[in-house]
Design a protein around this ligand. Sequence first.
Ligand code: 2AM
Ligand code: CA
Length: 266
Amino acid sequence: MPDDWQHALEVAERAALEAGALIMEGFRLSARVSRKGRFDLVTEFDLASERLIRERIEAAFPEHRIVGEEGEATGEGEMVWYIDPIDGTVNFAHGHPYFGISIGLYREAEGLVGVVHAPALGNTWKAAKGAGAFRDGHRCVVSERSTLDEALCTTGFPGNVANTRDTNEAELALFLRHARGVRRCGSAALDLALVGDGTFDVYWERALKPWDICAGALIVSEAGGTLSSYDGSPADPRSGALVATNGVLHESVLKLIREARRKIPG
Ligand code: 2AM
Ligand code: CA
């Protein structure tokens, strides 16, 4: 691995751990919540976490671009950091421990570094291109489960679910029927990290933002998993749509998604 990526990984991990300690000061206490919409919350801790992570990255890599959920994008150039200061803000605001900090470094569609830190769970996943994926310092790999009826799947629903026909309900109905279980836990970044360590076997979701999935996507691919878009073409996590599996299940998953999407009302 080039030294740059090792250094970038260290900076990202340190920033994620620091931000994790910061947001835990507000977990299950009365964090002030502003509402952007029904599901779109932002707390003072989202803002403080993003400020801290931006400062750490800017200090180490002033020449890189930074795109975060809560602030204006800064910087120019082909190296882009995607930051989600709290992925799973609804969970955080309700005292549910399934939320994390997600930090990814990309060059165009190529993932270079990814860190997902879940402070309330006490887990940190990380990956750098060509260097494998790790959970809490130990190498992790995707699962070997080879049939859908033994697969634990995870997904999420679009933020504008009341105003779109493409709600993910058709996909959910089919996976509920064919898989061992389907979960909807509320953080895309954690969902992907948990595909990377073999907990989940399958993930699909669309209508996300790059900061939700860029870090997790690299963790899945470095853990030996397969990523694609919904139609099977090469994944570009910056598009906000992703199918991620342990690889063995990928074709069956794409087939089920195709079948489900034929039922979406036009
Ligand atoms: P967030 O908590 O950072 O907002 C849950 O399925 C996933 O959807 C989470 O990763 C959540 O990220 C994301 N999410 C929630 N509302 C969203 C919106 N309006 N647009 C895009 N992603 C959203
Ligand atoms: Ca967020």
